[in-house]
Design a binder for this molecule. Structure first.
Ligand SMILES: [Zn+2]
Length: 506
């Protein structure tokens, strides 16, 4: 069996230091609870000396989250260490994380200390920390640009002073995997008994590669963040490390205790708190991480997901693979999307619709559910259709919408107020349909340039325990949202009543 490495999550500390990612104590507690469920081993909750808010955050997380270790950061200074110790007082399993730079450039220009003075300060700091908290970690800031002999001396001395975990951060994201692995391998041999930890930044895009190389070389703790958020280009991304160890663990020789099916929901919760979504092509949790557009890929995926997927969307908590219909889509993808919408066609008809999908995609890039149903051309194929709507909003009025839909040939309408025009429109649609669906996700993006851009809306809903998604596009965002929503409802219904709808459209 492979050794299990410690996942040290620093989303709430290093991650929170990224621009636009600051969090309130309540938000930190909510995320910490999710990170605990996810199965991280240590949660670094903050840097207490930085502000009163940080003290409150660390204290709140320490008091609420009992199942994992809670860490707090401190510089090698008495007030920092005392503040961290105090904030951690209520923790079930506290870890005091103290750091001091060791590289020549940091000692000379930032700290204005000689190497001897820094060594002494580090040892004294660890002794003080150890008198407050039984588990202490030392980080040699800018370790990868530190003279090896001196780094080893400082780590050995802090280990002897009581630090049980020695962190070797690539603070400035300068190292390359082979160099970092060599450094970690040497330290594992030269400072026996200590847990060697790694902490990599992504300035050259190799933070995860460096972390994995270090694990292979004997590191037993990895510091990382959800969505890879962190200073500058970010930290090593937790979800990528976890999935690399899950998919390639036998090669790397290590495993984690993280429940990978909670990765996508955790990533989404963090994005909800910070308002920053990972880039669409981000590994594991990006919106397109499991999207296939090329027709040859779509055909393979539909026949057997293993053809183009090294891990399943479900294994990271993503419910379905998104097949985007575009000019590269083949007949299998078109047929599959139509089937999800409740439409069954003969092979010849599918062939004809696919040719028209390609033509349309040449003109407008993507083909949405509504376009697809228009291409099929039979109005009875469309079980739910938006007939018309109006939405009214402004700064001194209650946002109100009236929506008229056609359901199986019958027209229904309803009005509703909401906390915005989109909310009002979706509530009116619910009232007209006599349904109350849970909206899980709604994303809008501009698919063309300029102020008159075409808006694309993707929604995900839950109905009777089953989830479905829909897409819509229009120059009017509210119309695009309604189309996407109705399309998700139609998909949910089709999944529910597959046999009867199949008979109707056969
Ligand atoms: Zn960092």
């Amino acid at each position: 069996m492979n050794p299990r490495i410690t996942i040290f999550d620093t989303t709430l500390r290093d991650g929170e230091q990224s621009p636009g990612c600051s969090m309130t104590p309540a938000e930190k507690v909510r995320l910490a609870r999710q990170i605990e469920r996810l199965g991280a081993d240590i949660i670094e909750a903050g840097f207490p000396i930085a502000s009163a808010g940080e003290v409150d955050s660390v204290r709140a997380v320490a008091e609420e989250i009992r199942g994992v270790k809670i860490a707090a950061l401190a510089r090698a200074k008495e007030p920092d260490i005392l503040a961290a110790g105090k904030a951690l007082r209520g923790a079930a399993h506290p870890v005091l994380h103290m750091f001091l730079a060791t590289s020549g450039i940091h000692l000379k220009w930032k700290l204005k200390l000689t190497p001897e003075e820094a060594l002494k300060q580090a040892v004294e700091g660890i002794k003080l920390a150890k008198s407050l908290v039984s588990e202490v970690e030392f980080s040699a800031e800018d370790a990868t640009r530190t003279d090896y002999g001196y780094l080893r001396e400082v780590l050995q001395a802090t280990f002897e002073a009581g630090a049980t975990t020695l962190n070797v951060p690539d603070t400035v994201g300068y190292s390359l995997p082979h160099e970092y692995a060599e450094l970690i391998g040497r330290l594992v041999r030269d400072v026996p008994g200590a847990v060697i930890s790694v902490h990599c930044h992504n300035d050259l895009g190799v933070a995860v590669a460096n972390s994995l190389a270090a694990v292979q070389a004997g590191a037993r703790q990895v510091e990382c963040t959800i969505n890879g958020i962190g200073e500058r280009a970010g930290n090593a991304s937790l979800e990528e490390i976890v999935m690399a160890l899950k998919v390639r663990g036998s090669t790397i020789g290590a495993e984690t205790g993280v429940k990978s099916e909670l990765l996508a929901p955790t990533s989404a919760m963090l994005s909800g708190v910070t308002g920053i979504w990972p880039q669409p092509n981000k590994a594991v949790v990006g919106r397109n991480a499991f999207a296939h557009e090329a027709g040859i890929h779509q055909h393979g995926i539909l026949a057997n997901p293993l053809t183009y997927e090294i891990m399943t969307p479900a294994s990271v908590g993503v419910k379905e693979t998104l097949l985007v219909l575009g000019k590269h889509s083949g007949k299998h993808a078109v047929e599959s999307r139509l089937r999800a919408l409740g439409v069954r066609l003969s092979p010849e008809e599918v062939e004809a619709v696919t040719a028209r999908v390609k033509q349309l995609a040449d003109a407008q890039k993507y083909v949405y559910d509504d376009d697809l149903l228009n291409l099929v051309g039979s109005s009875q194929a469309r079980s739910i259709r938006l007939v018309r709507f109006q939405a009214f909003s402004g700064s001194q009025v209650l946002p109100t919408a009236t929506v008229e839909v056609e359901v199986d040939g019958e027209t229904r309408s309803a009005s509703a107020v909401g906390n915005g025009p989109v909310d009002a429109a979706l509530k009116a649609a619910d009232a007209a349909l006599g349904l109350d669906l849970e909206l899980l996700e709604l994303t809008t993006r501009a698919v063309t340039g300029g102020k008159d851009a075409m808006a694309e809306v993707l929604v995900r809903v839950r109905h009777d325990g089953a989830e479905s998604s829909g897409q819509g596009a229009s120059t009017d965002t509210i119309e695009a949202a309604l189309k996407a929503y109705l399309s998700a409802v139609a998909t949910a219904r089709a999944a529910h009543e597959q046999p009867s709808l199949a008979e109707e459209s056969a």
